[in-house]
Ligand binder design. Structure first.
Ligand SMILES: NC(=O)c1ccc[n+]([C@@H]2O[C@H](COP(=O)([O-])OP(=O)(O)OC[C@H]3O[C@@H](n4cnc5c(N)ncnc54)[C@H](O)[C@@H]3O)[C@@H](O)[C@H]2O)c1
Length: 471
């Protein structure tokens, strides 16, 4: 059954049999200033794609033929705005800080094509909270119960990271669409399995890289990838404005332990930055890193990191991150052959050189000659839609095949960089990418087994999550 709406008002049901759809009964509808009849019904095609042909007639002339896939909510802009729409029912697994923020987005009407029907959490208090907010939703004590409940077509996974892949795999196998929170998982071996399962289904599989909606980074990527400024020579990102207190680390038993979280600043705060880094500049092929564990906090995992990276074209990069600096810095510098781009304080400064550095270096006659250039204004337009934007794109992808901000399989890239940084730091040597995934997992297991983290947990769920999204 799908619902047909005109001007957002529910009109009638369309009946979906296996490979057929019929619209019933013929009726006359008044809409805006025109009278339209749904004149004809029908159709068919291959499994999964049902074609609906509706001949719309105004009083005199045919004014449009609508074709739509059955699982589409189609917004039809032929004469008279017929809207055939349905919402995707979805469930949230894990309604702690991030999961409740997604739930609030729904309650605030920011997710027009999603309908929250269920939540699952292993903590009964969180389920009680969810039920108080939305008494009509179903609540479940486990992810499995929600997945097999038949209440949802899609899920959003907002549990601690280790559980993202197993929950996603179970849901994909059960035929659900999946949006996983970042990071994709804790180790690439685990994430690779999830990607493999996703590739064998036709379900939508996405990851919450909300910083990809940030118009500043979108513009930066466009500049770097335009080809206009030549190849990247150097990239430096100082991203130290992730300050966290000890109270933050004490707020969840899983946080900042090898067994519960699988890392510190790199696995929790930096997945966004590591994703943007590779999304804008491409993947490095070698990583050399130092990860200081418990340097600024009483935790067993890293809270201060310096990564040195090498790229296939010979470019180099440095990535510095910590949760210990206050005030921190967020400065991304990209030196290209014909330009230097600096991104800081939500601004992009673009300095375009008169000619390429590689050419000038060898062609200039004077030893101390300086290559000239000028600042060029960079116009940044649009809106950074963040988490609701990513969720709305997820719904639009399920309904109409529109593009995602990040396919779930892309989550492995940033994770590969952080896994390589840990491995390099643990072994005290550079690590080539792609990473030796078995070796990394063996080393991670050693840390989990020898962990003696004992936490006095003071649980907190934040009302306002915006400070956690980074800049
Ligand atoms: N995209 C972002 O900007 C962003 C921001 C913050 C957190 N996150 C991500 O969201 C995830 C959750 O982080 P958080 O800060 O909300 O943690 P949290 O501890 O506040 O919430 C996690 C919730 O999941 C529940 N849970 C744990 N295991 C579960 C399981 N197996 N099944 C069902 N429920 C389970 C817990 O009881 C808790 O309520 C993390 O992976 C984190 O990286 C993303």
């Amino acid at each position: 059954m799908i619902k047909i709406y005109i001007n957002n008002k529910f009109l009638q049901y369309a009946c979906n049999t296996k490979n057929k759809i019929s619209i019933f009964p013929y009726r006359k509808y008044i809409f805006k200033h025109e009278i339209l009849w749904i004149r004809s019904k029908c159709a068919f095609i291959a499994p999964n794609i049902l074609l609906i042909l509706l001949f719309l007639l105004n009083e005199k002339n045919p004014c449009g033929i609508i074709t739509a896939t059955l699982n589409s909510a189609c917004l039809i802009k032929s004469k008279g705005d017929l809207i055939m729409s349905r919402k995707i029912t979805f469930g949230i697994i894990g309604v702690g800080n991030m999961g409740s923020s997604h739930m609030r987005s729904f309650m605030e009407g920011k997710l027009p094509e999603l309908e929250l029907t269920a939540v699952a959490d292993i903590n009964p208090e969180r389920l009680e909270w969810a039920k108080e907010q939305l008494p009509n939703i179903s609540v479940f004590n486990t992810a499995s119960e929600l997945i097999h409940s038949g209440k949802c077509e899609a899920i959003v996974i907002a549990t601690p990271h280790y559980d993202h892949p197993p929950i996603a795999i179970e849901a994909l196998k059960a035929g659900l669409h999946v949006m996983t929170e970042k990071p994709a998982g804790v180790y690439t071996k685990q994430v690779r399995e999830m990607i493999e399962v996703a590739s064998q289904t036709d379900r939508t599989f996405a990851i919450m890289f909300n910083q990809r909606t940030n118009v500043v980074y979108r513009k930066l990527r466009e500049l770097v990838q335009s080809g206009e400024y030549g190849e990247i020579r150097r990239v430096n990102w100082i991203i130290t404005d992730w300050f966290r207190t000890q109270a933050y680390y004490d707020s969840g038993g899983w946080r900042a332990t090898w067994a519960g979280e699988g890392g510190g600043v790199l696995i929790n705060q930096c997945p966004h930055n590591l994703d943007l880094w590779q999304w804008i500049c491409g993947m490095p092929n070698k990583i050399w890193a130092t990860c200081h564990q418990g340097k600024w906090h009483n935790i067993e995992v890293e809270d201060d990191v310096t990564i040195y990276a090498e790229y296939p074209n010979g470019a180099t990069g440095v990535f510095i991150a910590t949760t210990g600096d206050c005030p921190g810095t967020n400065r991304l510098e990209i030196t290209m052959d014909k330009a230097k781009i600096v991104c800081e304080n939500n601004e992009i400064k673009l300095y375009v050189l008169d000619e390429s550095i590689s050419k000038f270096t060898y062609e200039a006659k004077l030893g101390f000659a300086k290559l000239k250039g000028q600042y060029v204004d960079v116009e940044i337009t649009g809106e950074s839609t963040h988490h609701p934007g990513v969720l709305n794109a997820f719904a639009a992808n399920i309904l109409r095949g529109e593009p995602l901000y990040a396919h779930g399989s892309e989550g492995i890239n940033s994770l590969m960089i952080s896994n390589a940084a840990y491995l390099s730091s643990w072994l005290g040597r550079p690590v080539e990418l792609p990473l030796d995934e078995d070796l990394f997992y063996e080393e991670l297991k050693k840390r989990i087994e020898s962990s003696n983290a004992k936490k006095e947990v003071k649980a907190q769920v934040q009302e306002d999550m915006s400070s956690t999204y980074g800049s």
